[in-house]
Write a protein that binds this ligand. Structure first.
Ligand code: FES
Length: 107
């Protein structure tokens, strides 16, 4: 089953395979996504705001929550924030993330 990820405000649509993280799916589809730690879940750079999810997302692990604590808005109670390198969705969802862009090809 393929899951549809929509990235706003750019309106980018990416198919996510079962078991794949948002970041893995975006990279496979040819997009660059802000990240610093190489999907290790420790930098928070890949974080997204969940706008809509057709099913509840898997609960954040304690390690993900610990990394999210870096973000002032999470500390202020924004529990819609998640890490794109850690979320493995089971249904269509939309997120807000700036800086997602097609990787330029030299072909
Ligand atoms: S890429 Fe660093 S926390 Fe996701």
């Amino acid at each position: 089953m393929t899951i549809r990820l929509t990235v706003q405000p750019a309106g980018i649509e990416i198919d996510v395979d079962a078991g794949e993280s948002l970041l893995e799916a975006a990279e496979r589809a040819g997009y660059s996504w802000p990240s610093v730690c190489g999907r290790q879940g420790v930098c928070s750079t890949c974080s997204v705001q969940i706008l809509e999810a057709n099913e509840p997302l898997p609960v954040a692990s304690s390690a993900e929550r610990e990394t999210l604590q870096i973000l002032p808005s999470y500390q202020d109670g924004d529990d819609a924030l998640r890490l794109a390198c850690q979320i493995r969705p089971t249904a269509d969802l939309a997120v807000r993330k700036l800086g997602v862009r097609p990787i330029e090809s030299n072909d």
